[in-house]
Ligand binder design. Structure first.
Ligand SMILES: Cc1ncc(COP(=O)(O)O)c(C=O)c1O
Length: 475
């Protein structure tokens, strides 16, 4: 029978995995082990306050999750994050912040998964809407006519210019790009697709083929039907677009290429070229659409109307995956003979359609777009200040609304700033196809105070990144 006296712990401090408790003016160190807490030289039964128990559980849980992830999801990712001392498991999240599962690290999210969290993490209004939608709806049936899908498509069309009137729903951005390319090919009866070097459209079949060799070659997905040219160079485009070309596909602002902003007339010229050759223009606004650039659609900055627009990420409200391929009315005729030649079981699932419609209502409000532009101006002031403080390291910045990139010294600087920012509590990610640029994509709902905090954290992180850069160069 265990007759050990019971001790109630009321105060404790934690340092790494050591827990210090105080009993009658005496301090004891406790060690966390798999079996619980060990208290050396004492045979007391210990009652741990709820709070401590929670921290202990979370700590073990984090380790367990990392191991499970390494064994069953991706050993490479775990190795990568261990190497850079970035063992973060996404736990709580709220507004502009995400927290590590053990509750110890808090990151201000200036990446937002490329715009998935345009409206912040766990947007309360959208969560309520989603919950309520389940009272009546489920996924729905993609073979049948659907009210939420019809209403979303009608509303989305009303926000698009000219005759961009039809919407094909999908689940992922890659799927939506594949659909856009399928439509262009079926409509023109041609195979050739022209895209930008360093552009990124996803990792599904046709999207992958339109992307860079490093992603497609390991999967034997290269094809002579896909040609890449330099972005924002109309001469290069003129050389390859011909009468075999079905479509030119471009990101309006290529995020993975480090947010280069095209010349004002670039897209207009590309569209004219497409018209002359009988090809279509597809604009990928998976990241740049939905108010991100301070206009509802990024192409509005360039006085052009594409034949097809692709939307994803933020359309989900960060809660329910949904993507859209918006096509000109005329293009819809390819589905008339057989409307079932393209289907997607979960594309435009009904709860997702309800969320997406509300997202569109929110981001298309003129006051919302105005606030995006005001926040962009504030970031601009701070970026200029960073450039002034670190003239050798910060070369400049790129910015269209809140789609922004910091141009740094070289390709080691982007990863260095990503790591030092992480250490300082800021989530930013370097552009994978131009590592000298760090992408800055805050939630569009970010507050002025959080923008000021971003600046302070970036200032601190840049200082460290200047030195970290040498380390990154040699590992
Ligand atoms: C511009 C762009 N297009 C397409 C995609 C593919 O989207 P998804 O990952 O949802 O397939 C992405 C994803 O990052 C993207 O940034």
């Amino acid at each position: 029978m265990n007759c050990a006296p019971t001790i109630y712990i009321h105060r404790f401090t934690i340092h790494n995995s050591l827990f210090t408790i105080q009993l009658n003016a005496q301090r004891y160190e406790l060690k966390a082990t798999k079996g619980g807490l060990i208290i050396p030289n004492l045979s007391y039964k210990i009652i741990i306050p709820k709070e401590l128990e929670l921290i202990l559980k979370k700590k073990d849980l984090k380790k367990e999750i990392i191991n499970k992830f390494a064994s069953h999801v991706s050993s490479g990712k775990v190795k990568f994050y261990k190497k850079y001392g970035m063992k973060f498991v996404m736990g709580e999240r709220e507004g502009s912040f995400i927290y590590d599962l053990d509750g110890k690290k808090k990151l201000l999210n200036l990446h937002c998964n490329g715009g998935v969290f345009n409206l912040g993490h766990k947007n309360r209004e959208l969560i309520e809407l989603l919950k309520n939608s389940f009272e009546y709806y489920d996924i729905g049936n993609h073979h049948l006519i659907s009210k939420p899908r019809a209403e979303l498509a009608e509303y989305l069309s009303s926000l698009m210019p000219k005759d961009l009137d039809y919407v094909i729903f999908g689940v992922s951005g890659g799927e939506a790009i594949d659909t856009a390319i399928k439509v262009a090919r079926a409509y023109t009866g041609r195979r050739k697709i022209v895209s930008a070097k360093g552009g990124y459209h996803g990792h599904t079949g046709l999207a992958l083929a339109a992307g860079d060799p490093k992603y497609r070659e390991p999967f034997y997905s290269s094809s002579s039907d896909f040609v890449q040219v330099k972005f924002n160079n109309i001469d290069a485009m003129e050389e390859v677009v011909d009468r075999r070309t079905a479509a030119v596909i471009l990101e309006t602002v290529p995020a993975t290429l480090g947010m280069p902003i095209a010349d004002k007339d670039y897209f207009r010229k590309v569209k004219n070229l497409c018209e002359r050759k009988g090809a279509l223009l597809i604009l990928d606004e998976v990241q740049s659409g939905l108010g991100r650039t301070g206009k509802l659609w990024a192409f509005e900055h360039f006085n052009v109307v594409p034949d097809i627009v692709v939307l994803g990420k933020g359309l989900s409200g960060g809660l329910y995956p949904i993507t859209a391929t918006v096509i000109r009315k005329e293009l819809e005729r390819i589905f008339r003979k057989d409307p079932f030649i393209h289907i997607s079981t979960f594309g435009g699932a009904e709860p997702g359609a309800i969320i997406a419609k509300r997202v569109l209502e929110l981001v298309s409000e003129s006051s919302f777009l105005k606030s995006v532009n005001a926040k962009s101006e504030l970031f601009s002031l701070y970026f200029s200040e960073l450039k002034r403080i670190y003239p050798e390291f910060v070369k400049g910045y790129r910015r269209l609304g809140l789609m922004m990139g910091l141009e740094l010294r070289d390709e080691y600087s982007g990863p260095a700033l990503t790591k030092s920012s992480y250490d300082n509590g800021l989530l930013v990610v370097y552009a994978n196809n131009d590592k000298s640029v760090v992408q800055i994509l805050p939630p569009l709902t970010i507050s002025e105070e959080e923008i000021r905090l971003s600046f302070e954290l970036l200032k601190k992180s840049l200082k460290k990144a200047k030195f970290l850069r040498y380390l990154i160069k040699f590992i």
